[in-house]
Design a protein around this ligand. Structure first.
Ligand code: NDP
Ligand SMILES: O=C1O[C@H](COP(=O)(O)O)[C@@H](O)[C@H](O)[C@H]1O
Length: 497
């Protein structure tokens, strides 16, 4: 059962179909997730899995491709065999109705005329979305149970293409059948944002422009495109991470309290806050592209973005972006929300920093530093609040310290599930709380489309930054100008870790 009390129909068979079963996402994420859910007895008992792709493959070959990602413990060998015994594979073209009819026949044989539910996962490149969705609608919909379609990003490239895709899907399926995945919504600390904000009395009264100076939401990755540059170059870091993952986090940080925890009440509030954000302009941004570091520790670090042979020569696609968003509503007017993301930076990290304003009426001679609440999404989930304290002992000095909730200290026995595990389970349960609704998506594109077109049409030259650095120095300067202060004086006592 999930949070809203939705349960799966345990008594009915369920068929989970992976389109693009031969691909990267399927082997690295989807099959491992299905195996973990099966292993942990979280799926309805009578669930089976179908893979579908163009390649002529067997289940054994898919199993071999997935092996490095499945994390099977020695005592799980039998369960692992059982899992693969309920896997099937059909090969066919994505644009052939006859091939989809063949898949349907195989599913019908299993269902034997009884009530059964079907889930379709589109782990496919955007070029295949159109024909696959039409063929699912025409040839693969179960007649007696429900049908749910899980769609992976990119949901278009700008407002117009996203609308075309949304209209296309809406002509085939109802909104309640569509599950648009943003896997950041499945991460523990992202899911925790609602509880932190609305389950505590202490934070909410200060969660506003009177008390908060700025909010910084960051995503950093320490590696470059690693041969995936051809795909990346078509989209760039804004479409890859900022327009979806970071904006989703922003909406959970900034939205008003929903009327209830019902998925549509939450998504109504997310849409409302997005509507209060004006579209971005070039001046709101800093864009960067990484260059190789000759002293880098490995080949990836030595390679610049343009050295990736799959990237078109002279590409100006940004691999780093910082954008300052303004929310024009009563709670947030004047508080910069800074979104920052980049590849080939100095560390792997995703976090939210809520920085408070200076204490008014200072009596400490300017020694007080701003409070900051840090919600670390990864790695090592944590929530800490940086605060001032009197230095312990016979002194009236003051120092920076923290109130600290570090998950691996506080919750030693808990193994946090992977984001995809939570989200796929939500689809079985019928909960759309952590999936992107069509109106949310269209607001997200409204905010970014003019900027994206501007970047593309005006040929903006990104600022070079060295692989493994913190990104362009102009980004730090922009944070500073946007009322986010970095003191460089805070010391973390990590002997506790
Ligand atoms: N519970 C826990 O696990 C806790 C862990 N810690 C750890 O302690 C360490 C320090 O804490 P932290 O909150 O980062 O505090 P700091 O004040 O040290 O740093 C804040 C952030 O400022 C950014 N920064 C670094 N250099 C510059 C610069 N020259 N100009 C502008 N910004 C800069 C860095 O992020 P960026 O590069 O992204 O801009 C950094 O993370 C961290 O490693 C943190 O994870 C602290 C408290 C609790
Ligand atoms: O969606 C994406 O996310 C990954 C990062 O995901 P994470 O869960 O490992 O933080 C990113 O590498 C990729 O470029 C992007 O498309």
């Amino acid at each position: 059962m999930n949070k809203e009390g939705t349960q799966f129909d345990e008594s009915f068979p369920h068929i989970f179909v992976v389109f693009g079963a031969s691909g990267d996402l399927a082997k690295k994420k989807i099959y491992p997730t299905l195996w973990w859910l099966y292993r942990d007895n979280l799926l309805p008992k009578k669930t089976i899995f179908f893979g579908y792709a163009r390649s002529s493959l067997t289940v054994r070959e898919i199993r071999e491709k997935c092996t490095p990602y499945m994390k099977v413990r020695p005592d799980e060998e039998q369960a692992y065999e059982d899992f693969w015994n309920i896997n099937y594979y059909v090969s066919g073209a994505y644009d052939s109705r006859t091939d989809f009819e063949k898949l349907n026949q195989e599913m019908c044989t299993f269902e034997n005329g009884l009530h059964a539910n079907r889930l379709f996962y589109l782990a496919l490149p955007p070029s295949a979305f159109q024909s696959v969705s039409v063929n699912i609608r025409n040839a693969c919909m179960g007649q007696k149970g429900w049908n749910r379609i899980i769609v992976e990003k990119p949901f278009g490239k700008d407002a117009a293409s996203s609308k075309a895709l949304s209209d296309h899907l809406a002509s085939l399926f109802k909104e309640e059948q569509l599950y648009r995945i943003d896997h950041y919504l499945g991460k523990e600390m992202v899911q925790n944002l609602m509880t932190i904000r609305f389950g505590n009395r202490i934070f909410n009264p200060t969660w506003n422009r009177e008390n908060i100076s700025s909010v910084l939401i960051s995503f950093k990755e320490p590696f470059g495109t690693q041969g995936r540059g051809g795909y990346f170059d078509e989209f760039g870091i804004i479409r890859d991470v900022m327009q979806n993952h970071l904006l989703q986090i922003l909406s959970l940080v900034a939205m008003e309290k929903p009327v209830t925890c019902h998925p549509d009440d939450i998504r109504d509030e997310k849409v409302k806050v997005l509507k209060s954000i004006k579209s971005l302009e070039l001046d709101d941004c800093v864009l960067g592209q990484y260059v190789g570091n000759p002293d880098g520790k490995d080949d990836d670090a030595k390679m610049g973005y343009l050295d990736d042979p799959t990237v078109p020569a002279g590409s100006k696609t940004p691999t780093f972006a910082l954008a300052v968003l303004q929310i024009k509503n009563e709670r947030w007017d004047g508080v910069p929300f800074i979104l920052r993301c980049g590849k080939a930076l100095n560390e792997r990290k995703a976090e939210v920093r809520i920085q408070y304003r200076d204490v008014p009426g200072d009596i400490f001679g300017g020694r007080s530093k701003r409070n900051e609440m840090v919600i670390r999404v990864q790695p090592g989930e944590a929530l800490y609040v940086k605060m001032m304290t009197k230095s312990p002992g016979i002194t009236f000095d003051m120092e920076e310290t923290e109130l600290d909730l570090t998950y691996n200290q506080r919750y030693k026995e808990i193994n946090l599930p992977d984001a995809y595990e939570r989200l796929i389970l939500d689809v079985f349960c019928g909960s759309q709380m952590n999936f992107v609704r069509d109106d949310e998506l269209s607001e997200a594109w409204r905010i970014f489309t003019p900027l994206l077109h501007h970047i593309e049409n005006n040929d903006v030259q990104p600022i070079p930054y060295v692989h493994g650095s913190r990104g362009p120095k102009e980004a730090d300067e922009k944070c500073d100008k946007s009322n986010f202060k970095y003191y460089g004086s805070y010391k973390w006592n990590n002997s506790k870790m």
